[in-house]
Design a protein around this ligand. Sequence first.
Ligand code: ADE
Length: 226
Amino acid sequence: MPKVNTKLVAWEEVVEWCRKLAEVIEGSGWRPDIIVAIARGGYVPARLLCDFLDIHDLISIQILHWGKAAEITAKAHVKYPYTIDLSEKRVLLVDDIVDTGDSIIVAKEYIENHWKPQEIRVAAMQWISPVAKIKPDYFVDEVKEWIWYQYPWTRAEDTTNFFEKIVSEKKKEGKVEWTFEELVKEFKSWYGIDVGEAYYKLSFNRLLKTGVLKKKCGCKNTYIAV
Ligand code: ADE
């Protein structure tokens, strides 16, 4: 059994979900004038929604919230506040997933107060209903059991963070020596997914670059948790 409930998401699934999301929005009879993507998770879904709904106006707002390896480390806030006039516009605010809902709540409140849109509605591919403080107006999947969606646009980042988590947790148990193969094996067993060799290599190199791991002197394939 994996330690963290994780779903490896394929690009094709994202396209299908966004196509469905567009159908739900269109079916409601409401049409946005402009889409606001929550950076960074909402970028790809927002762009696909523009395509499927034939919307040409797309801007974004960056909310900082999530920390490393599926852990919340900061209070959600707008990273680069700016003001524009959306008083004539119907706004669709888009994120990939509504988990705690904090990003959406902060973005929505900021847009309402500073950009003054005519109306704002929220869309996301996934809505984790038992933990979310807000229900999106439009969604594709209601998720009843918390799960980490390993979306394709965070594959390198998640793999690196998950590697780092494994190394630090195992260090507490006294394990400091690693080979690349050992770490990949642990990753697959902890998360129950396989992201492929290219991502493992890239993420392992990031750990070396950031000093989480360093080469053991005189040993070709062994690395030490710093
Ligand atoms: N971002 C915030 N919550 C998430 C989740 N459960 N899966 C993937 N990305 C997320």
